[in-house]
Write a protein that binds this ligand. Structure first.
Ligand SMILES: Nc1ncnc2c1ncn2[C@@H]1O[C@H](COP(=O)(O)OP(=O)(O)OP(=O)(O)O)[C@@H](O)[C@H]1O
Ligand SMILES: [Mg+2]
Length: 566
């Protein structure tokens, strides 16, 4: 094998390795239910993390939460390690960050309404073309007026204002009707009932908090609790799409690197594409294509490879195909298509093999050293070293408590924005700024890919992150990574500071923001904005301000997908 770093994915007749330098050439893990997709994802995620690549994954069934815990004792995993003759197989806990849109099973994740942008918001609210057009106008008016759209209250009060001024807006921008605005408001209510309003507000997610390594240079496993989220499939899919577009927007171009900067696993990928309009699929295809040069690998996980549109499927170079059933004509078509996407191997027929594969067995093809897909091979997938299955609530809470982000996102900050301005309120504020520490030194593998990497020291009670955050404060300093990477023969000595390393360059600190205040629900907000006496005054004042002034303010309507659509 060449000197390229690689993840040992499994073995059949030959070892199957995913070359780290092609980790950003995306991938697909497909297979029927119970065939081993999640375990394969876990093995790949561990492989990336062991080489210092942070990953993000959505934990749809809760069975990936165990990655924060040492495994290696699962009888099937032990048996698989023995079968594959894996040197040094043993338990290993991975530095894990739990995230949860609802803030129950991890750090809350929020973004602002402006950051999400009208395109994704329209998708989230399931708006039709007319309603989407009006939502665009609402954003534009807010933009012109310099009104920040941060949370649900801002959006609802802005919508209320636009309804009050529908006639003037129609003159200026085209048809804006009260019934259309009413429909958008109703869609917002539905989203609110699904808990969606918690997703909007501040402090918004700082992506640097996901792109971290621990003191040993191991990439962070970002686990999104998605069991409850999956009950709102549209929120789930739109959120992941938003995250992908944020990554695209935030990450710098890096060209060819020896390993990816970040890897994103997109489970239940069919939800992304179900009923998606062509324009959106085109944009997803474009983002997936372009994000590669930013060092981001995207891996789709799906039961059926036909769930992924061909334009996207064509870009997924690292393939793991678990067993498929072939009961119905549709099943048979899926088997045939899956088989045809592989480069044939004279030794066997891929379509026959796909239906014969056992659990944890797969057809695989990765890119070889020259970047060409290898002929399809049948292999037993290597077992993960962390726990297969969920973490207990107590284990999860211990990890969350010891997390370097503990306390950063829990408290909602409600600064001066559209709602407060329209309601005639004012304020000033405060914002927690992310600290910056230098990127970790690259890690060097020994034999057998990630399995040669040293186990993390047992650091309980702090967990794999090390001691609790209050004992060690990361220093906001940036040094180039050491020229000589540490070898795994001699694990690096424990470092007191900085405890966390980030792989993004520093940015200017954002200005101070408003003090924390609990965000109202959308229903409260709508009730308040409907309070005529106040609103009428506000409406009059804001009308003067908007229509009495020409020119368009600087755009606050962001969102990569929105930008790309122009
Ligand atoms: N590579 C493997 N090594 C050892 N055991 C495995 C492996 N892959 C799968 N298994 C065993 O099979 C079980 C089912 O696998 P897994 O949960 O990954 O299936 P899945 O395809 O994700 O199922 P679902 O579609 O229901 O989510 C695992 O709990 C584990 O016991
Ligand atoms: Mg699964």
């Amino acid at each position: 094998m060449s000197e390229d770093l690689s993840i040992f994915v499994g073995a059949g007749d030959t070892d199957q390795n995913l070359l780290l330098k092609y980790g950003n050439r995306h991938g697909l893990i497909a297979g029927a239910t119970g065939t081993g997709k999640t375990v394969t994802l876990q093995t790949l995620a561990e492989g990336f993390a062991a080489y210092g690549v942070p990953v993000f994954l959505a934990d749809v069934k809760g069975d990936l939460s165990g990655m924060s815990q040492k495994g290696g004792d699962n009888p099937k995993a032990v048996e698989r390690a023995r079968l594959l003759k894996i040197d040094g197989y043993g338990g290993r806990a991975f530095p894990t960050m739990y995230w949860d849109l609802f803030g129950e099973k991890g750090q809350p994740i929020r973004t602002t309404v402006s950051e999400m942008g009208p395109l994704l918001l329209s998708r989230l609210l399931d708006l039709n073309a007319t309603q989407e057009g009006v939502l665009n106008i609402v954003f534009k008016v807010a933009d012109q007026q310099g009104l920040l759209l941060l949370d649900f209250k801002d959006l609802t009060s802005m919508l209320q204002w636009c309804a009050e001024n529908a006639a003037q807006l129609t003159t200026e921008f085209g048809n804006v009707t009260k019934p259309t605005i009413g429909a958008i408001q109703r869609a917002l209510l539905v989203l609110d009932q699904q808990g969606g309003q918690q997703f909007f507000g501040e402090p918004a997610l700082d992506l640097k908090d996901m792109i971290m390594r621990d003191a040993n240079g191991v990439g962070c496993i970002n686990v999104l609790a998605a069991d409850k989220l999956m009950q709102s499939p549209r929120l789930y899919a739109t959120f992941l799409l938003w995250l992908l577009s944020e990554l695209f927007e935030t990450m710098p171009e890096v060209g060819d690197t020896d390993r990816p900067k970040f890897v994103f696993f997109f489970d239940e990928a069919h939800l992304l594409f179900d009923d998606a309009p062509k324009a959106l699929i085109d944009k997803i295809e474009q983002v997936v294509r372009l994000i590669r040069s930013k060092g981001v690998g995207v891996y789709f996980i799906s039961q059926n490879p036909l769930d992924v549109p061909e334009s996207v499927l064509g870009q997924l170079s690292n393939r793991v195909q678990h067993a498929l059933r072939a009961f119905t004509p549709k099943d048979q078509k899926a088997v045939k298509t899956a088989a045809q996407t592989f480069r044939p191997n004279k030794k066997f027929d891929a379509a026959d093999a796909i239906i014969e594969l056992g659990v944890g067995e797969a057809l695989v093809s990765f890119l070889d050293a020259k970047g060409a897909p290898t002929p399809v091979e049948r292999c037993f997938v290597a077992p993960p070293q962390s726990r297969i299955g969920p973490a207990t609530d107590a284990e999860r809470q211990a990890v969350i408590k010891a997390s370097p982000l503990a306390g950063k996102y829990e408290r909602v900050v409600d600064r001066d924005s559209a709602y407060e301005v329209l309601m005639g309120r004012a304020g000033a504020g405060q914002h927690q700024d992310a600290d910056m520490t230098p990127p970790a030194a690259p890690s060097t593998p020994r034999r057998r890919g990630q399995y040669g990497a040293p186990p993390l020291p047992d650091t309980a009670p702090g967990g794999p992150w090390g001691a609790p955050p209050q004992q060690q404060q990361p220093q906001p300093q940036w040094n180039p990574p050491p020229q000589q990477p540490p070898t795994y023969d001699a694990p690096p000595p424990p470092q007191a500071q900085p405890r966390l390393r980030r792989s993004l360059p520093p940015e200017e600190a954002p200005p101070p923001r408003a003090p924390a205040r609990r965000s109202d629900s959308v229903i409260d907000a709508m009730t308040k904005t409907a309070a005529r006496t106040v609103t009428n005054v506000v409406v009059r004042e804001a009308t003067k301000a908007i229509f009495g002034r020409g020119g368009i303010g600087s755009s606050i309507v962001r969102g990569v997908l929105g930008g790309l659509l122009k």
